[in-house]
Design a binder for this molecule. Structure first.
Ligand SMILES: Nc1ncnc2c1ncn2[C@@H]1O[C@H](COP(=O)(O)OP(=O)(O)OP(=O)(O)O)[C@@H](O)[C@H]1O
Ligand SMILES: [Mg+2]
Length: 383
């Protein structure tokens, strides 16, 4: 055997992980470290290197409200099984009493005085979103700090052994699950660190060099970790594979979230059962107005989404319901300085599918859009 000396590159990821990386970065804004950590875990699973007899990964997601924790899990499901709803969500605050726990695991058979309750967390429910290519389930325990002791014990068992025993003594296998747990603990401290103070820090923050960003990321991670260690028991912390810290979103990130959300509104119009497809274009001043109305660091992107619903979606719905827009229209959404509100103007009408497609350019999934448009997009191979 000849002696080889071929250098290998352990930082290169496989094709599936690379495409997941791209997909998640397109959907989740400003949380690069969080996305990278999740892709890492998935890559380990694909390579068959996850710990057997446990869930694929136990991830604790920390960070302020509206920073994208839930969205990231939904985006993962969207990227892997093509369905953002394919996430089994357990709102820990809703399972405070033992009879509520029975909703999850079912009641023991013949348990006198109790109506028989079927387990919501059964194997079929867990596996129902598996596809031919991806047999992974995404389970999200939201707001774990609100979990009762009974739920907490149940969770510890899942995290440790990847198994849940139901009320009727049957077992549910969680070894093909990625378990996400979210909590807002430490969020206020993280917020305080990330908010630039007046003076030197503020000037530094404006410079926003990579070095400062890196330092801030490390500081936020440390703050999150300390808060988690203070709040949760060591036996819980030891079962966590990765602690993923989400940062508060700043203006540049919210601007990108705005663009994603505007695209989503356009998709809603194109997918609407009314089949009254039209396109809209939001001018830069109108975007700035939406952003100004939708920026509140306390609520992150949640506040922005509410502003979009109130200032854009609601008026557009009125225009549709009162027949002021028709199929093939181009509606311009601009900012009216005097009224300090958005204005809506029809800029073109009778546009065919081709015309609308040109305006939309690309990036909209038209798979279930109304048939004529879908045919056109397919023929023109626009994604
Ligand atoms: N980083 C982000 N990238 C893209 N969209 C985001 C991001 N953060 C929030 N959003 C948008 O805001 C919405 C609310 O965010 P999300 O539900 O993910 O917040 P959260 O961090 O889970 O907050 P909470 O702690 O209140 O549950 C999302 O559905 C998404 O549309
Ligand atoms: Mg959430």
């Amino acid at each position: 055997m000849s002696q080889l000396q071929i250098p290998l590159d352990p930082t290169r990821t496989g094709a599936d992980a690379t495409s997941l990386h791209h997909a998640l970065h397109g959907m989740v804004v400003g949380q690069d470290e969080a996305v990278d950590q999740i892709v890492d875990v998935y890559q380990m699973h694909l390579a068959g290197m996850s710990d057997p007899g446990r869930p694929i990964a136990n991830l604790l997601l920390l960070g302020p409200t509206g920073s994208g924790k839930t969205r990231t899990v939904e985006a993962l499901a969207e990227a892997l099984v093509n369905n953002p709803q394919a996430v089994i969500k357990i709102d820990c605050g809703e399972f405070q009493h033992s009879h509520e726990i029975a909703k999850l695991i079912g009641s023991p058979p013949g348990y006198l005085g109790h109506r028989e309750t079927h387990a919501a967390l059964n194997q079929r429910e867990l596996d129902k979103y598996h596809t031919d290519n991806v047999q992974v389930s995404f389970v999200l325990f939201d707001e774990i700090e609100k979990a009762s002791d009974a739920l907490w014990n149940l969770l510890l068992g899942i995290l440790d052994k990847g198994v849940l025993t139901l009320g009727d003594n049957s077992r549910v296998d969680f070894s093909r699950c990625m378990i996400f747990m979210t909590s807002n603990i430490g969020a206020a401290e993280m917020e305080a660190i990330a908010t630039p103070k007046l003076g030197f820090d503020a000037r530094l923050a404006n410079v926003k060099s990579d070095k400062i960003d890196e330092k801030l990321t490390r500081k936020l991670a440390k703050t999150g970790e300390d808060a988690a260690r203070r709040r949760f028991t060591p036996e819980f912390i030891n079962r966590i594979d990765k602690l993923v810290v989400f940062k508060p979103l700043d203006e540049p990130e919210l601007r990108r979230v705005l663009d994603i959300e505007l695209t989503n509104v356009q998709k809603r119009i194109l997918h609407s059962p009314l089949e009254k497809p039209f396109v809209f274009n939001v001018t830069d001043p109108a975007k700035s107005f939406l952003l100004a109305q939708g920026t509140d660091r306390r609520y992150g992107a949640r506040h922005l989404k509410r502003a979009i619903e109130r200032l854009l979606v609601r008026p557009l719905s009125n225009l549709i319901a009162s027949d002021q827009v028709s199929s093939g229209d181009l509606i311009q959404v601009d900012f009216n300085e005097d009224a300090r509100s958005l204005s809506f103007t029809r800029k073109a009408e009778g546009l065919g599918v081709t015309g609308m497609a040109r305006i939309l350019r690309k990036g909209i999934d038209i798979s279930s859009m109304y048939s004529e448009a879908a045919a056109y997009f397919r023929q023109a191979s626009i994604p």
